[in-house]
Write a protein that binds this ligand. Structure first.
Ligand SMILES: [Zn+2]
Length: 99
């Protein structure tokens, strides 16, 4: 059988609604948040998302804060922070990342 949601993957549940572009972006987020990640403590691929920004390793029970939809802040975001040190100084309690 032909693959039904080739372009948008899990965002296919929205059918033709909301536009292709936004569904493609949603697909990336949906995949990123459902994926298992490598644990920074025990190096096993068993970190799963508990809630927004909360990540837990199922092997060593480590719970840590990260991005809303992925546990680690992307490199491009860090570069941005380095480029604008003023913004960082102004908001020292800024959240890590909200993809
Ligand atoms: Zn672990």
């Amino acid at each position: 059988m032909a693959k039904r949601t080739k372009k948008v993957g899990p965002a296919g549940k929205y059918g033709p609604r909301y536009g292709v572009k936004i569904r493609k972006r949603l697909k990336e987020v949906m995949i990123a948040k459902a994926k298992k990640y490598t644990c920074p403590n025990c190096n096993h691929q068993s970190v799963k998302r508990v809630g927004t920004g909360i990540w837990k390793c199922r092997r060593c029970d480590l719970v840590f804060a990260g991005g809303a939809y992925r546990p680690f802040v992307s490199a491009s975001f860090r570069k941005e922070a380095v480029r604008s040190p003023q913004a960082v100084e102004e908001e020292p309690t800024e959240e890590e990342e909200n993809v």
